[in-house]
Ligand binder design. Sequence first.
Ligand code: GLU
Length: 420
Amino acid sequence: MVEVRDPLVEARRQLRRAIDLLGHPDYVYEVLAEPERVIQVKVPVRMDDGSVKVFMGWRSQHNSALGPYKGGVRYHPSVTMNEVIALSMWMTWKNSLAGLPYGGGKGGVRVNPKVLTPRQLEELSRRYFEAISDFVGIDQDIPAPDVYTDPQVMAWYFDEYSRIKRGYYTGVVTGKPPELGGLQARVVATGYGVAVAVREAAKKLLGGIEGKTVAVQGFGNVGYYTAKYLSEMGARVVAVSDSRGGIYSSKGLDPDEVLSVKRREGSVIHYPGAEKKMSPMDVLELDVDVLVPAAIEGVITEENAPRIKAKLVAEGANGPTTTEAEKILTERGVVVLPDILVNAGGVIMSHIEWVNNRMGGWITDEEALKKLEYKMTDNVSRVLGYWQKKLDTSKHPLRDAAYMIAVDRVVKAMKLRGLL
Ligand code: GLU
């Protein structure tokens, strides 16, 4: 039976656990369990036959104690208000944990962008941003790309906002094309960040990344760049998969060659050098040192967790491990590097872009990646240090340490401001 999960229930459960571990009173949970504001908008788009179709959109602004709300906007047919609220709460923790001067926000439009023409997609994007334009801004709320939104969509957002406000406001969105103040490095940032986090954790937990075997589930932007950079760091990527299937080679795969096959023939499964083919779910159970679920949420469950053989699991995707599965993995000594820690590379790069826009400056991709590497290295060592010093690591997943640090920073900021 497929269990329908309300992501907001999951997000609140995680918050509850962090509040209890930190020993904060109940009302702190109550305050943080609700977003500060949720904007619901109607997004009308004229279709090619002259009719008008309405799509529903949201922007959830969860918390602004540490800075303006920050987080992406997703276009997906299954987007719900609760999902957007949950994702905005996760952005609060992700930004707090990364030490960024940002609160948490997230947006979404319930639409399948693949069936829209480019003109309709532009109209949808402009109307959505127009509808939320009074609530976003360089110092209020800074959207960015997420599922099925890209630099072109950000360019339309920026243009729409700049027209309404009659100025040139590049800092109102991040993940823009380079011509409009974006950074090329934003494209590789999440995958590069995952690779750096894995390398740093491997140094402390596995005696280094060189020669370690890696399986990556999902070969989109995050999966591909994670595989690419981990290979460059000396790891052996023995398996990758996409939604059509997985491939395995004990000698190791070249991510660039696999990508060109996927681009040409539609899937990694057509790669000729593979020793074995398998299902995307089988990739999770391979006998490897490091497993990177970088596809969708909820793939590691209590059902398959007992069969996971990796020593380190790095959550490239948001929420790939269920709470029950994580409990089993922790008991078995498998360390899960949580999403809010390892996939923060995107928003860290967004911050670099935003700072650069605000200064009216310029920064090279090389410098930007160096900054990201520094920040990610520091974040991993802070979370591992806290976990090993303050918690019983045989009972507490690393996520507990990440949440405790993230939630505590927000609580402290709220107390200082007199909000708690
Ligand atoms: N959508 C990305 C995330 O979930 C990045 C958000 C941003 O750059 O603001 O972390």
